[in-house]
Design a protein around this ligand. Structure first.
Ligand code: HEM
Length: 260
């Protein structure tokens, strides 16, 4: 964590976490007597790991609802919880067969952790600004011909709108959260359009928007695929255990053996 009030993870801390995760992966794979995925230990590790892997859902909800007092703390929680979670999942899968549909879910998870780590470590400065959720591009490179009069007019319009939308908020740090979109959708839309216009004027889109936006979208898209796969895997193993086991024995805790 850094020394300021805002919790964060430095690039070094993130890279150390990734190295630790890679080490756990190698050790669990190389270990000769790892428990079967469906054994008590294997299934227990999966259950705890999956619970920890739900942290990003809490993070996105807290961040986007405007409920969190400190969204960066939720960011740190999502990184730490998923790092622990993936280690438990490695325990679960070490002795298993990865060339199955469940192997694809694992692939998504490994991708998320390493892509997230790279995104956070190498584009860190841009994130510092995105965390503030502002469209005012302090620190971004302004284009050569910046029309300051138009920019000031846009900022004034934003400030006036914000007085109606959220009087306590600070224009330089504000962007509409879920509660604003639900409570005043039209005002929120007008505010967002002005914020986009401001970003276009000062060139924020071109710097932070470009690469980083796609990295974040990819991260969220793969997260969606991962959660869909995780839910499908849990349903199949617990309810369609007969189908999952094929002709072999069902040697894991399950609820029904449909599919046999
Ligand atoms: C070491 C592990 C990870 C790192 C370093 C990491 C990094 C990041 C970063 C930098 C963001 C963008 C933060 C922001 O825009 O506020 C993010 C967002 C997110 N991450 Fe991760 N991530 C990791 C693991 C995961 C995993 C395993 C999942 C899913 C299981 C996940 C799901 C999400 C989601 C859903 C968001 C979107 C939050 C939002 O903007 O609403 N992350 N992550």
């Amino acid at each position: 964590m850094n020394t300021s009030n805002r919790p964060d993870l430095s690039a070094r801390q993130i890279l150390s976490l990734l190295a630790l995760i890679a080490a756990v992966a190698l050790i669990t794979l190389a270990w000769p007597d790892m428990p079967a995925p469906g054994s008590t230990l294997g299934q227990g590790a999966a259950a705890f790991g999956a619970l920890l892997l739900l942290a990003p859902l809490a993070f996105t909800l807290m961040k986007r609802s405007g409920l969190a007092a400190s969204p960066p703390a939720w960011f740190v929680a999502h990184v730490v919880a998923t790092s622990l979670g993936i280690c438990l999942i490695f325990l679960h899968v070490a002795a298993g067969n990865w060339l199955t549909p469940a192997g694809l879910v694992l692939l998504c998870l490994v991708f998320l952790v390493f892509q997230g780590g790279i995104m956070r470590s190498f584009i860190a400065d841009e994130f510092a600004l995105l965390f503030a959720r502002t469209s005012a591009a302090q620190g971004f490179t302004a284009p050569a011909r910046l029309d300051k009069t138009v920019l000031q007019a846009v900022i004034d319009a934003k400030t006036a709108l914000l007085r109606r939308l959220d009087p306590a908020a600070d224009e330089s740090l504000f962007s509409p959260a879920l509660k604003h979109w639900f409570g005043s959708p039209l005002l929120s839309l007008r505010y967002q359009l002005l914020a986009d216009r401001e970003a276009g004027l000062v060139g924020a889109r071109a710097s932070a928007g470009g690469g980083l936006r796609w990295w974040r979208r990819l991260h969220m898209l793969v997260a969606l695929a991962f959660y869909a796969g995780l839910v499908a895997h849990v349903i199949v193993m617990l309810f369609f255990a007969g189908y999952a086991a094929g002709d072999g024995p069902i040697d894991w805790w399950h609820i029904t053996a449909w599919g046999r």
